[in-house]
Design a protein around this ligand. Structure first.
Ligand code: 5AD
Ligand code: SF4
Length: 464
């Protein structure tokens, strides 16, 4: 029998990318293989996001598009998973008659049962238990394909912080850490398949292991990953500033495989707004952590998230955010207009900021950051950097494309390097979203152009 065709579309964050991967392994065991064209699929699965209004709207418009496919092919199955599915549950089935099943963020293990029911009796269903502190990945199949250079690995999920604007605790549940031996085994399997770079994922990675007595903590986990042969680079996301501990800050200076980049969402520069957001730190405290990070690792690349137009944000609060941006000089910044999320505290805050005001603030903030990003990127011109090659450049097929340890995209000409090669590249020109390098042959002796595997781990740093 031939394979069945699966079209899997992922919205939202890296955690969802990881979840989609795990879902594809569950479905591979049911003989589904991925296709790139939804019109030929037997099963369309949308892994959704509800973190802000915009990603949520994207899901609804995609669902609208797939209605036509169902009209053409009545056997087509449409499933919706992830955060918006968790949030809406049964409501999805009522509102969208062409959706066959809904599966929450912690119910992947029920996909089999749901598809069995659907195939046997046409029963549509929604599985959206959040199930306390249960590990959603326990006993799921794990069968990664051998073609990737970089992979995500979820180490924990959920969140206990309850920032007043944030949907995550409601759609991902309370914090649950995965057993460290399982995580490490998964990374060993990935390394054996040729993966060189892992990004450890969690909504709040600093809390890793805290609810599991006797487990590794996050700094311990990083150290254990450092020991895995074949893995050349370690990244993680996301860290909460209030929990960014000294051992973790020091890990940047000590663990050779830990890349020099941290995404540390600040959300606002105003103490008044930070308090209302329930973030648990002041601007001053955040600045202190940034300066410690830079002491520990002088060239660390620091990126952040900011929200504008949070309820009751005055012009003065917004100016404090701009001042913080000027002072810290973030390497990059993702900025969002506040939107109400169902069930969150801030939804009930009365002093909503008008759309035009939020939009103006967003534009002003982005204009400022664009200049800073370019300036920060320009500081890399003429530097020689280590690039992990991922493949061909999207813009120019004859160029190589890879990433620096600080997580810039680098395109560079010259002979094609195999994905997974570590190459030293001299940066020629910086743009806002990428760097352009010279051909390694132009800048280095003929056979000095490939930095052999393992070189990056022997830079003379002591172990943690
Ligand atoms: N409105 C706007 N932005 C939000 N974010 C999270 N919740 C909201 C919301 N209700 C932003 C935060 C977070 C990023 C993933 O999305 O900046 O860090
Ligand atoms: Fe979106 Fe947050 Fe869910 Fe990720 S965890 S998919 S960002 S709502």
């Amino acid at each position: 029998m031939g394979h069945k065709k699966l079209y899997l579309k992922t919205f939202g964050c890296q955690m969802n990318v990881y979840d989609s991967e795990r879902i594809s392994h569950v479905l591979a065991a049911r003989n589904y293989r991925l296709v790139v064209n939804p019109s030929e699929a037997d099963l369309i699965f949308l892994n959704t996001c509800s973190v802000r209004e915009k990603p949520e709207q994207k899901v609804y418009s995609a669902l609208g598009r797939y209605r036509a496919f169902k009209k053409k092919n009545s056997k087509l199955i449409i499933g919706v998973g992830g955060c918006l599915a968790q949030q809406e549950g049964e409501g999805f089935l009522k509102r969208f008659p062409h959706v066959d099943f809904v599966i929450g963020t912690k119910e992947f293990k029920r996909i089999d049962e749901i598809l069995d029911d659907l195939e046997d009796s046409g029963k549509r269903s929604a599985a959206t238990h959040l199930n306390g502190r249960v590990d959603p990945y326990a006993s799921l199949p794990f069968s990664p394909s051998p073609s990737k250079v970089a992979a995500f690995v979820s180490i924990m999920q959920g969140c206990d912080n309850f920032c007043s604007y944030c949907i995550v605790p409601f759609v991902r549940g309370r914090e649950v850490s995965r057993p460290s031996q399982e995580v490490l085994e998964e990374i060993r399997v990935l390394a054996a398949k040729g993966v060189k770079e892992v990004t450890l994922l969690g909504q709040n990675v600093n809390s890793y292991g805290k609810t599991k007595p006797g487990e590794l903590d996050f700094a311990g986990m990083l150290k254990a990953v450092q020991e895995i042969a074949g893995i050349e680079r370690i990244r993680f996301t996301t860290s909460h500033p209030k929990d960014l501990s000294r051992p973790l800050i020091e890990a940047f200076g000590r663990l050779p495989k830990l890349c020099e980049h941290i995404h540390l969402p600040v959300q606002s520069g105003s103490d008044r707004i930070l308090k209302r957001m329930n973030r648990g730190y002041s601007g001053e405290e955040y600045l202190k952590k940034i300066s410690r990070l830079r002491q520990s690792c002088p060239r660390i690349r620091i990126t952040t998230d900011m929200i504008v137009g949070f309820p009751a944000e005055e012009e003065e609060d917004f100016r404090a955010s701009l001042e913080m941006i000027e002072e810290i000089q973030f390497d990059d910044l993702f900025s969002f207009k506040y939107s109400d999320r169902p069930g969150t505290q801030a939804t009930h805050f009365p002093e909503k900021v008008m759309e035009e005001v939020s939009q103006r603030r967003l534009t002003e903030l982005q204009t400022l950051q664009r200049k800073i990003t370019l300036k920060r990127n320009k500081a890399w011109e003429r530097e020689k950097v280590e690039v992990l090659v991922e493949g061909r450049s999207k813009a120019r097929a004859e160029d190589n494309m890879g990433r620096t340890r600080a997580n810039h995209i680098v395109n560079f000409p010259g002979k094609p390097f195999a994905a997974g090669s570590l190459v030293t590249v001299k940066i020629q020109k910086a743009y806002a979203h990428s760097l352009r390098g010279e051909s390694p042959q132009d800048s280095l002796p003929e056979d000095g152009n490939i930095v052999k595997r393992g070189k990056s781990v022997s830079r003379g740093k002591e172990n943690l």
